[in-house]
Design a protein around this ligand. Structure first.
Ligand SMILES: Nc1nc2c(c(=O)[nH]1)N[C@H]1C(S)=C(S)[C@@H](COP(=O)(O)OP(=O)(O)OC[C@H]3O[C@@H](n4cnc5c(N)ncnc54)[C@H](O)[C@@H]3O)O[C@H]1N2
Ligand code: MOO
Length: 407
């Protein structure tokens, strides 16, 4: 069977994302929200700074008394504000982060003053403009205003911002349950005792690792032999999952049983075959569960690089969409080639490469079975269908892989 004509990547991604249902909201401790996606806009419950603060260590003065000398009459330290009144000819010692005395409007750096006992005289420059070293009340945010948008992925600074804005908890989406099924008679579960007619099952572990930086509850099933019964048994094992990912058995061979097994299991095929290389035989199906929930199955091609590339462009975006991400699809960056590339055929290609921060070197070995060059890569070079040959120095788009970093 030849199969349907492959559809363009963007169309396939749009179809998949239209199947995605955003998961229900739950509230979590802000401190454990790293990597989650904010489910509702977060409004500040307080103003920050809550008062005018000094941004430097020095002395606070009133605004029209800038020639000195001045008498030091007290101190405003962080956490211990000065509560008295400040007159002309007087100064308050002030530290970084401390509240400005009510009557003060200028902070002179201690480096620009000489102190003898409680008397200070100007030896350097006055601040220009005079309020330069003051952080005004509400500079960062004010109560009632939005500090974080819905769909933002929570990183370290978002955690600090949410706490500063007065939140101990934040709303996020429930973690999706994901099952990854390795399938194929040739797959050995134990890599240490793998005979010549088999290969160690490696895609399942790779795919679970790929999704693990996202807030998901992912597990691996298999390896499962090439029979309809075994595959249906594996799907049954994943009956509690929101997303099921298979690898292998997606193509047109006699032993490629994922599509018939899905049909028998009660899933409906949405699309099969996308015009990308590697990864053409990818399929997407949907199943309505008896409890009213929906399961999405993504059948990835078995070649390890095809599995990785299709998981990058389909599985990760689907999970991000279900988690409520504002931007589920990956964004490429632009760089230049270190070596020439050949012309491209009718399928858009994603070539493996190493990006050093300035330019990208394509891997010599581009076979979709080559894990060695995949592991040495940190980007996918995006070559459009029918692109002519490209010379070294030409601009290309690359997608950054989270593949062990760039060290
Ligand atoms: N006549 C045709 N043959 C093929 C076509 C086609 O259009 N016509 N498409 C080719 C393309 S493109 C791809 S990609 C592969 C994908 O096929 P399958 O998804 O059916 O994958 P398998 O045949 O099961 O396996 C391919 C390859 O990958 C190894 N593999 C599979 N699963 C794992 C795993 N879990 N861990 C490690 N390695 C795995 C498997 O042993 C094979 O070597 O089909 C082409 N054929
Ligand atoms: O599309 Mo296949 O994934 O070239 O190897």
């Amino acid at each position: 069977m030849a199969g349907p004509a492959p559809i363009p990547l963007e169309d396939a991604q749009a179809r998949l994302l239209s199947l995605a249902q955003v998961l229900p909201v739950e509230r979590v401790d802000v401190e454990s929200a790293l990597g989650r996606f904010l489910a509702e806009p977060l409004l500040a419950r307080r103003t920050q700074p809550a008062a005018h603060l000094s941004a430097m260590d020095g002395y606070a003065l009133t605004k029209d008394d800038l020639s000195g000398p001045w008498q030091v009459i007290g101190e405003s330290a962080a956490g211990h504000p000065f509560t008295g009144t400040l007159q002309k000819g007087e100064a308050v010692r002030i530290s970084t982060g401390a509240i400005m005395p009510a009557d003060a409007a200028v902070v002179v750096l201690q480096e620009d003053l000489k102190r003898e006992g409680d008397r200070i005289t100007l030896t350097g420059d006055l601040p220009e403009p005079p309020h330069r070293h003051i952080r005004p009340c509400g500079m960062d945010f004010t109560a009632g205003h939005q500090v974080l948008a819905e769909g933002v992925r929570i990183g370290p600074a978002h955690i600090a911002l949410a706490l500063s804005a007065g939140h101990r908890h934040m709303p996020v989406r429930r973690m999706p349950k994901v099952a990854v099924i390795d399938s194929g008679d040739e797959l050995a579960a134990d890599p240490e005792t793998c005979p010549t007619h088999q290969i160690p099952a490696s895609n399942g572990a790779m795919l679970v690792s790929l999704v693990s930086p996202l807030p998901v509850d992912a597990r691996r099933i298999g390896p499962v032999p090439d029979t309809l019964e075994a595959l249906i048994g594996a799907f049954d094992e994943a009956a509690d999952c929101d997303v099921i990912v298979t690898s292998g058995g997606a193509s047109v061979g006699d032993h490629d049983l994922v599509r018939p097994a899905l049909e028998r299991w009660g899933a409906r095929l949405d699309f099969w075959r996308v015009a990308i290389k590697p990864g053409k035989p990818i399929l997407v199906a949907k199943r309505e569960r008896s409890d009213g929930g929906t399961q999405i199955v993504i059948g990835l091609p078995g070649n390890p690089v095809s599995s990785m590339v299709t998981a990058y462009h389909f599985v990760l975006p689907l999970l991000r969409a279900m988690l409520g991400a504002a931007r589920p699809l990956p964004m490429p960056i632009s760089t230049v080639l270190d070596a020439p590339l050949r012309a491209i055929g009718h399928r858009r290609e994603f070539l493996r490469g190493y990006w050093n921060g300035k330019s990208v070197m394509p891997m010599t070995l581009q076979d979709s079975g080559a894990l060695s060059s995949l592991a040495a890569s940190n980007v996918l070079i995006d070559r459009p269908a029918h692109a002519p040959a490209a010379a070294a120095g030409e601009a290309v788009r690359v997608f950054l892989l989270e593949n062990g970093g760039i060290a």
